[in-house]
Write a protein that binds this ligand. Structure first.
Ligand SMILES: NC(=O)c1ccc[n+]([C@@H]2O[C@H](COP(=O)([O-])OP(=O)(O)OC[C@H]3O[C@@H](n4cnc5c(N)ncnc54)[C@H](O)[C@@H]3O)[C@@H](O)[C@H]2O)c1
Length: 249
């Protein structure tokens, strides 16, 4: 898939979609930097891959992100791919959410992408170009109830993708977004654990899309790999839904 020998940073690479993306990029010959605020998780993933390293980094912290890309430069001397994937959700309407919850979520889901891209793009430019893949969500297209901050953050990611794609097209840097539907990752572990009827909860989650199932992280990783690779050489500014059809109804 044309990522052989390329250097890739995957944020939130210790779990779920980020882990699947790190594994698939590595399986296709990329040198992967697994960045996560959970360093044990990042180390477990990187340790199972060839030519991968783990870096502890909280994407909302400017110092961490400066150090992350310095480490990439020191170790590999170049950067070709950034998967801006770290993110989380919080329940609540705008009335329920307090200001600190709103600010914290925006600082991870949106500011984190800003910080990572800010440091990655000059390094990519120096390397002759690159590809950035942002993990958005189908909820940028259709809202889901009681997730106001999360839905807003994913809308911002779609727009930030287009803004960055426009600003850096003439530097041979492509910027795209993958918009997953409901994907079975450890993200949902606490919700399943707290559910009185996990099977019914799964059915409810599955019923969010016409295909009537949850997606697998590997199914999102395939889209990330394609967007990251030279096979997607004419794709920039796009938001690719991989959601079992959740955004069509
Ligand atoms: N699972 C879904 O249904 C779904 C759907 C659409 C979009 N997404 C998006 O996919 C991305 C990954 O979600 P997932 O389902 O794989 O979740 P996950 O909880 O399995 O993994 C998220 C990873 O990100 C890391 N992380 C969280 N905050 C971080 C921070 N501040 N700095 C660095 N790392 C951080 C976590 O430690 C974890 O390893 C998120 O952006 C999420 O919004 C998920």
């Amino acid at each position: 898939m044309s990522v052989e020998g390329k250097v890739a940073v995957v944020t939130g690479g210790g779990s779920g979609i980020g882990q699947a993306a790190a594994r698939l990029l590595a399986a296709n010959g990329a040198k992967v930097v697994v960045a996560d605020r959970n360093v044990e998780a990042a180390q477990a993933v990187a340790g199972s891959l060839v030519q991968a390293i783990a870096v502890r980094a909280d994407v909302s912290r400017a110092d961490d992100i400066r150090d992350l890309f310095q480490a990439v430069d020191d170790r590999f001397g170049r950067l070709d791919i950034l998967v801006n994937n770290a993110g989380y959700g919080v329940a609540g309407t705008v009335v329920d959410l307090d200001e600190a919850e709103w600010d914290r979520l925006m600082s991870v889901n949106v500011r984190g992408m800003f910080l990572c891209s800010k440091h990655a793009i000059p390094l990519m430019f120096r390397s002759g170009g690159g590809s950035i893949v942002n993990t958005g969500s189908y909820t940028a297209m259709v809202a889901i109830p009681s997730r106001a901050a999360y839905v807003a953050s994913k809308g911002a990611i779609s727009s930030l993708t287009r803004a960055m794609a426009l600003d850096h097209a003439n530097q041979n840097i492509r910027v795209n977004c993958v918009a997953p539907g409901t994907i079975e990752t450890p993200w949902f572990d606490p919700a399943f654990a707290n559910s009185e009827n996990p099977e019914r909860f799964r059915q409810e989650l599955s019923a969010r899309c016409p295909m009537n199932r949850m997606g697998r992280p590997e199914e999102i990783a395939e889209a990330i790999l394609w967007l990251a690779s030279d096979r997607a050489s004419f794709a920039t500014g796009s938001v690719l839904t991989v959601d079992g059809g959740a955004s069509i109804w």
